[in-house]
Write a protein that binds this ligand. Structure first.
Ligand SMILES: [Zn+2]
Length: 247
């Protein structure tokens, strides 16, 4: 089984870009990611025994608005912690997927969340089918796990629709079931997805590329062609990684 963990960024109304992103991992890799994040907790919070839910936006709030237990760290230590997590994403065996949608582009056509979800479902399905074509003796199935959000009801309907048949680009064939909705506190991999979504959002909404550049080598790709990153925008000459590869 290959599991794609997804989270969103840019839902608030003043965000110009909406992002859905996350990491696809083989089931046996989940253990290693979990162990890595547990080790980060032990390194930065040696006295906290309850699992800490890591969210990058909480670690980057203004100094007087940092929630517990992150407020026990200096700004520099918080920066290091965020970097440590991005380095895990870069160096462990996971495959990154993201859709960044300019809301001005999307609203003229359709709901950005639905479009992003359909696009990602299809990309992930194609990835699993590509793997299966390479190693038919180890046929894999894909499963999508989404961080719980206000979009849950609509996505459940969408998920059933996709499972049962056609998307805009083809047929979903390699997914095992409808998407599962899980609170981010329950799995370390959804916290990783939160970091992925934030890095992509930073790159596309604010031009902040540092986090994105660390994890960019992990986007699903075949040689020079990047399948894992889609940018939907009004700029027909956009030179970003996703648009260049699409062209
Ligand atoms: Zn672009």
């Amino acid at each position: 089984m290959i599991i794609l963990y997804l989270d969103e960024s840019g839902v608030h109304s003043d965000a110009k870009t909406f992002v859905l992103s996350g990491l696809a991992v083989f089931e046996r890799e989940i253990h290693w990611f979990t162990q890595d994040l547990d080790a980060i907790q032990a390194k930065y919070f040696p006295n906290v025994t309850e699992p800490i839910e890591f969210h990058v936006s909480q670690l980057r709030r203004p100094e007087d608005k940092i929630p517990k237990p992150f407020d026990s760290l200096t700004k520099e230590r918080r920066r290091q912690l965020v970097d440590d997590i991005y380095k895990i994403i870069r160096h462990r065996r996971g495959v990154l997927f993201a859709v960044a949608i300019e809301k001005a582009w999307a609203w003229a056509r359709e709901d950005p969340y639905e479009r992003a979800f359909e696009e990602l479902t299809n990309r992930f399905d194609l990835y699993v089918r590509r793997l299966n074509a390479q190693t038919p003796e180890h046929e894999q199935r894909g499963l999508i796990v989404v961080a719980e959000s206000s979009y849950r009801d609509r996505l459940e309907i969408l998920g059933r629709k996709f499972r049962g048949g056609a998307t805009r680009w083809g047929m979903i064939r390699a997914l095992a079931d409808v998407p599962f909705f899980v609170p981010a506190s329950n799995t370390r991999l959804l916290q990783i997805a939160d970091f992925c979504a934030n890095a992509v959002y930073g790159r596309y909404n604010g031009g902040y590329t540092r986090d994105f550049d660390i994890i960019a080598p992990r986007f699903d790709r075949e040689e020079s062609r990047i399948h894992g990153l889609t940018h939907l925008c009004n700029d027909s000459e956009c030179q970003c990684l996703g648009c260049l590869s699409r062209a």
